[in-house]
Write a protein that binds this ligand. Structure first.
Ligand SMILES: NC(=O)c1ccc[n+]([C@@H]2O[C@H](COP(=O)([O-])OP(=O)(O)OC[C@H]3O[C@@H](n4cnc5c(N)ncnc54)[C@H](OP(=O)(O)O)[C@@H]3O)[C@@H](O)[C@H]2O)c1
Length: 327
């Protein structure tokens, strides 16, 4: 079978390779052998290859934060899964044709949903869901502001917020994205500018903004901070600009803005199995009813992994890059 692997940290399309390894055949008694149907390339995967992620892999390393798979064979003590079931593995190293997973690390998924949409269930929808639910108590009619709003996470935030009646101010780098984002429920779409605070004040009629969700970092936080009410929360979950967050002392001391971070991995570690199961079932039901949907720019085979990671790093993408390891 084929797998994607990197042996040195560095520029993703230079250090990643598709290699052949022996096929898998015999899952252990509590294990499940799955064929991987689809996996997205996430910015976290790219950070991982660059050696900039929160945990460092022992090299050479497989990678891939998420995938969706189809059960091929089960161990003799496995009760919850059978051949043909569609499953979400909760572990990593998913850019492979086949993998063996302990049954307690698998979530059963409906088998009639587009596997490409399901392959993006584990990370971005859960990130958007937890960031909206677990930090600031929001009521219908409240405003939030986010940057990188056309990203996979950003689009999930727009859609989930809309379902709850929460209004979104969405900062994008490209003005031409406004109508697409409004079509999926964005209330306002703006671009970063020195006059962001006065523009937002005018567009929201002076509405209070208690939550900012940021994937960019750097100096945009100075301008987002000006849009927020006193004691508002800034939730940083990405480092797309590659720069450290900047805030003024006025914002931290006198305005008492609270800056905190979100990382999905520890959240999943501290949630119990039922909470994880309920969250993913709920989010899968939203994918099934097409209330959650992320556009796809292109799909690649595992053999084309170098091309795929290069494409995923490109500016101006219209959607996610997906790998379909088994065609
Ligand atoms: N903390 C967590 O647990 C967690 C979980 C999931 C995702 N994330 C993070 O969330 C972010 C989005 O992930 P995703 O999978 O949703 O991304 P994605 O769908 O691959 O989209 C990438 C987005 O990043 C934007 N972008 C790239 N470089 C930028 C820069 N220098 N300044 C501003 N925007 C920039 C792109 O804008 P253009 O379209 O204009 O190029 C696009 O909107 C990433 O930082 C990722 O690491 C974190």
């Amino acid at each position: 079978m084929k797998i994607a692997q990197f042996s040195n940290y560095g520029k993703p399309d230079e250090v990643i390779d598709c290699i052949d390894v022996p096929d898998l055949d015999n899952p252990g008694e509590n294990e499940v052998l799955i064929d991987v149907l689809a996996c997205p390339i996430n910015p976290a995967d790219v950070l991982n290859i660059e050696g900039k992620y929160g945990v460092k892999a022992k090299l050479p390393a497989r990678l891939g934060a998420e995938c969706v798979g189809k059960v091929k064979k089960v161990g003799h003590l496995v009760k919850g899964f059978k051949e043909g079931d569609i499953v979400l593995p909760l572990d990593r190293e998913n850019w492979v044709q086949q993998k063996i997973v302990d049954e307690k690390n698998l979530i059963m998924l409906p088998n009639d949903i587009d596997p490409i949409q399901l392959s993006m269930l584990k990370v971005n929808p859960a990130t958007a869901y937890l960031m909206l639910k677990k930090y600031v108590k929001l009521q219908p009619g409240d405003w939030i502001i986010q940057d990188a709003a056309n990203s996979g996470v950003g689009q999930c935030i727009i859609r989930l917020a809309k379902m709850e009646g929460i209004k979104t101010i969405n900062i994008v780098r490209r003005k031409e994205l406004a109508s697409d984002l409004k079509d999926i429920g964005a209330d306002l779409v703006i671009q970063d500018s020195p006059s962001m605070a006065s523009e937002v004040k005018e567009l929201t009629n002076g509405g209070d903004i208690k939550l900012a969700i940021d994937a960019v970092g750097g100096d945009i936080i100075l301008r987002i901070g000006e849009c927020l009410v006193e004691e508002a929360t800034i939730l940083n979950y990405g480092l797309l600009s590659g720069k450290n967050i900047e805030m003024t002392s006025y914002q931290t001391v006198f305005k008492r803005l609270v800056l905190t971070g979100f990382w999905l991995m520890p959240w999943l570690q501290k949630m119990n199995r039922k909470e994880i199961f309920d969250m993913y079932n709920y989010l899968a039901s939203l994918i099934e009813s097409k209330k959650l949907y992320v556009p796809i720019e292109e799909t690649y085979s595992l053999e084309e992994i170098k091309k795929a990671v290069k494409h995923s790093a490109a500016y101006n993408r219209s959607g996610k890059i997906i790998i379909t390891p088994n065609g």
